[in-house]
Ligand binder design. Structure first.
Ligand code: PRP
Ligand code: MN
Ligand code: MG
Length: 182
């Protein structure tokens, strides 16, 4: 059994930093949606950790649903092609929707997804993302709640994968060069 610690070059955000920021974001979300129904839409698979932790920091009554979309495949660059692998079970008519994502990289996934969900007759659609890479943006995405802006490096952990690995790390880090097959 190999130790994943050997594959990491650097820890960018610790578990404590992630949880502290999530509890602040949850406080803002609680205040903004006071007296309203809220549907959290988690984007599989990357958003699993953010969704689970953000939801536990919230005091509001929320429902949770999931979509699976993929734009990356197994590589490290966005293909720009978004595919729906699993759609929502919930009718969005009149609902307040908050899309929950792990990361905004090029912005292609969320720009496409927000537009898709807005076409379904919801009351509102907003976005919460744990990480954002401003330098990687190819399209502008309006994000209401952002955890941390990070440099344009390939990061893993806390839901983020490289070839489906490292999602289970409780922190966010960069991979050592030898992992890319160097
Ligand atoms: C990753 C990440 C975001 C998206 C961000 O998902 O979880 O959903 O890419 O990239 P973008 O802003 O350039 O579109 P991925 O397609 O790798 O699927 P996964 O969540 O199942 O890992
Ligand atoms: Mn994803
Ligand atoms: Mg991925």
């Amino acid at each position: 059994q190999s130790d994943v610690g050997n594959d990491l070059a650097n820890i960018l955000l610790t578990e404590e930093q992630l949880q502290k920021r999530l509890s602040e974001m949850a406080g803002q979300i609680d205040a903004d949606y006071e007296g309203k129904d809220l549907l959290l839409v988690g984007v599989l698979k990357g958003a699993i950790m953010v969704m689970a932790d953000l939801a536990r920091h919230l005091h509001s009554q929320v429902q949770m649903d999931w979509m699976a979309v993929s734009s990356y495949g197994s590589g490290t660059k966005s293909s720009g092609v978004v595919r729906i692998l699993k759609d929502l079970d919930t009718d969005l008519t009149g609902r307040n929707v908050l899309i929950v994502e792990d990361i905004i990289d090029s912005g292609l996934t969320l720009s496409w997804l927000a537009q898709n969900l807005r076409s379904r007759g919801p009351e509102s659609v907003e976005i919460a993302a744990m990480l954002r890479k401003p330098e990687a943006a190819k399209v502008d995405v309006e994000v209401k709640y952002v955890g941390y802006d990070i440099p344009n490096e390939f990061v893993v952990g806390y839901g983020l994968d490289y070839a489906e690995k490292y999602r289970n790390l409780p922190f966010v880090g960069t991979l050592a060069p030898h992992v890319y097959g160097g």
